[in-house]
Write a protein that binds this ligand. Structure first.
Ligand SMILES: Cc1ncc(COP(=O)(O)O)c(C=O)c1O
Length: 383
């Protein structure tokens, strides 16, 4: 079976993990801050907090921004459930923003309309979680403008988009988002097995993210209520979590970061190759190609299957041992969300979901297998 995506692990990754395995620190050692520094250097973010998943990073982002019961959070309708669950974990209400029917990215006109109506009724959101679906950045400039106009915070769910650019700025740079989160799950751009990171340029938010990731505990005398206590003493200032990333996994992350540009280049080259291989396909739409300064990280290569054939093509591709996947069911369709509230279907999200299909794309995908995937897809879809 050709997978739709898979990790790239080499001998340097083995060595890095084994070295840490025989070091004094399996967790809470020097590798975590080294990994955070590497991601800060790459993205030019001021602060990064490594955690045990992107889901944890999203939850921390909500907590750091003070989201709680009674607040409203807007979320892209097409994403993995975690993009919305983080707000529910804090007791906030979720409203879904429709997406562009072709890219699946949050539609800024829909967002603006929702915000204008919410402003009239005094129900503006505290935060908006916008997702860089497939590795393509959402319109961050308009999102930032709307955040300044309507007074909400921007959380960029960049689980898919480490290394993507918007107007020349890398995701996580902090130019547009208050907090950006990455995932290091094996299918993502780099991996730590499970893992995630929250980035920000705001020192207060960085402190909150860090403390909440480790039980809400501080070891900083200045922040304690009782300042003149022995060295063993620490205080818990807020209700936090054990969301820490172990050193063992951070060692893998450091090793993977050394090859991040190799991974990105390979993904971009393969996305271009699909454009070439699929240029005469008649039964599918291809994703938007990169433009200068607006480069996807190509976590996914999502085509759109015409004529209502997506499910049949999904099945047939898998029978032919070619891994494909559907990203994603609109979040509001999940029974959990339907039970909460009768969320109405959104036209862009429904259209996108009806045809989207992710075909194999990962750095070590061979040319032969890519040709096979493209030819099989065309044979199943051509009109
Ligand atoms: C858009 C998006 N956000 C968040 C997550 C959660 O990431 P993690 O598996 O690292 O918790 C995922 C995972 O696939 C995702 O695709």
């Amino acid at each position: 079976m050709i997978p739709y995506s898979t990790q790239s692990i080499d001998a340097t990754d083995y060595d890095a993990v084994l070295e840490t395995l025989s070091s004094p620190f399996l967790t809470c050692g020097p590798k975590v801050s080294e990994f955070e520094d590497a991601v800060c250097a790459f993205t030019s973010a001021a602060y990064a907090v490594a955690v045990n998943s992107c889901t944890s990073a999203l939850h921390l982002a909500m907590r750091a921004l003070g989201v709680s019961a009674g607040d409203i959070v807007y979320v892209s309708a097409v994403s993995f459930a975690a993009s919305a669950n983080c707000a529910r974990m804090c007791g906030a209400d979720v409203e879904f923003v429709d997406v562009d029917p072709h890219s699946g990215l949050m539609d800024m006109d829909s967002l603006e309309q929702m915000l204008s109506e919410a402003s009239d009724s005094g129900r503006l959101p505290k935060a908006v979680v916008a997702v860089d679906l497939s590795g393509r950045c959402v319109d961050l400039k308009r999102l930032k403008e709307l955040s300044l106009r309507f007074g909400f915070k921007v959380v960029e769910d960049a689980a898919h988009s480490l290394g993507a650019t918007f107007d020349g700025s890398l995701t996580g740079s902090g130019k547009y988002a208050d907090i950006t989160v990455f995932s290091f799950h094996p299918v993502k751009i780099i991996t730590t097995a499970e893992g995630g990171m929250a980035l920000t340029n705001d020192d207060e938010l960085a402190l909150r993210l860090r403390e909440l990731s480790s039980h809400g505990i501080t070891h900083d005398r200045e922040r304690m209520t009782n300042k003149n206590m022995p060295a063993y003493y620490y205080e818990m200032l807020d209700l936090g979590y054990n969301y820490r990333m172990p050193d063992l996994l951070a060692a893998l992350g450091i090793s993977q970061m050394r090859r991040v540009n190799v991974f990105l280049q390979a993904r971009r080259q393969k996305a271009k190759m699909y454009e070439e291989l699929l240029k005469d396909a008649t039964g599918i739409e291809l994703p938007e190609p990169d433009r200068e300064g607006f480069e996807s990280s190509w976590h996914l290569y999502q085509v759109w299957v015409k004529n209502g054939k997506r499910d049949a093509v999904y099945q047939a591709m898998r029978e032919k041992k070619i891994g494909v996947q559907v990203h994603y069911l609109p979040i509001y369709r999940h029974p959990y969300y339907q039970k909460l509230k009768n969320y109405p279907p959104l036209p862009g999200a429904e259209r996108f979901f009806a045809g989207t299909l992710s075909i194999p794309l990962f750095p070590t995908l061979s040319h032969l297998n890519q040709q096979l995937a493209a030819a099989t897809l065309m044979s199943l879809t051509d009109e």
